[in-house]
Ligand binder design. Structure first.
Ligand code: PEP
Length: 256
């Protein structure tokens, strides 16, 4: 049985002080919601202070990006070693905003995924088609290529432990959500692909999230689909009430 995972991607929001205040309240608001794994991904400067508040709690810590080298003359970058020592368990890789604004390619993401795994971090690997690709009927082709290239060269055991986030680019931050049926269809296709590339065990174990304008009122329906194992949440993860509402909705769906 796959334990659903709800991860909050805060993007470039919240100062360290705001982040500490937020997770202090989130910790309370989600006490007892044990059926779902909860993760927050603050900006880099907030990671260490947030880790302090979350110590010994049920909420895990993620970074939003990293470079693949362990150290060196790479101004502005952060390494997997640094993230692991800061208490991160997860790292979001290949988010569409990284691809769009910072030129990240599937090859870059593959490099980062391997480096993260080498240092004990669990990658949350983002894939998803743009609006024009969807309208041209290219969703499956685009997502297949992204999964194949981002996960190239990994072992089946490594893939089994990953989190993949299917995030249609047209649904991110737009208020437009993929229908539960459409999201389920793509997630099922990704799982099938993982099965053909890495074997049945990896396909059964890998967790595949949906991301794109997830809110408390659409969570339950999305999360009740068999191949949707949680959500990567942007905007609605910035308020304690809405993020906790999403966790609750996911927990309820998992119990159905
Ligand atoms: C995201 O940034 O990964 C995301 C899904 O954003 P939003 O929930 O705001 O669409």
């Amino acid at each position: 049985m796959r334990r659903p995972i709800i991860a909050g991607n805060w993007k470039m929001y919240k100062t360290p002080a705001e982040a500490v205040e937020f997770v202090t309240r989130l910790r309370e608001a989600t006490t007892g919601l044990d059926g779902v794994e909860i993760v927050v991904a603050p900006p880099f400067p907030a990671l260490a202070p947030v880790r302090e508040v979350l110590a010994g709690s049920h909420i895990g810590l993620a970074a939003q990006n990293m470079f693949w080298e362990t150290e060196g003359a790479f101004t502005g970058e952060v390494s997997p070693v640094m993230l692991a020592e800061t208490g991160c368990r997860y790292v979001i890789l290949g988010h569409s905003e990284r691809r769009q604004y910072f030129g990240e390619t599937d090859a870059n993401v593959n490099h980062k995924v391997r480096a993260a795994l080498e240092h004990g971090l669990v990658p949350i690997v983002c894939v998803g088609e743009s609006l024009s690709e969807r309208e041209a009927g290219l969703t499956e082709k685009v997502v297949t290529t992204q999964v194949e290239q981002c996960l190239a060269g990994l072992s089946s055991a490594a893939v089994a432990g990953l989190v993949i986030a299917y995030e249609p680019v047209w649904a991110i931050g737009t208020g437009r959500t993929a229908s539960p049926d459409d999201a389920q269809e793509v997630n099922a296709r990704i799982r099938e692909l993982i099965g053909s590339l890495f074997g049945a065990d990896a396909a059964a174990l890998v967790r595949i999230q949906y991301g794109g304008s997830v809110k408390p009122d659409n969570t339950r329906e999305l999360m009740s689909r068999p191949d949707i194992d949680g959500a990567l949440v942007g905007g609605a993860s910035l308020k304690v009430e809405s993020f906790a509402g999403i966790v609750r909705g996911c927990e309820e769906a998992a119990k159905i």
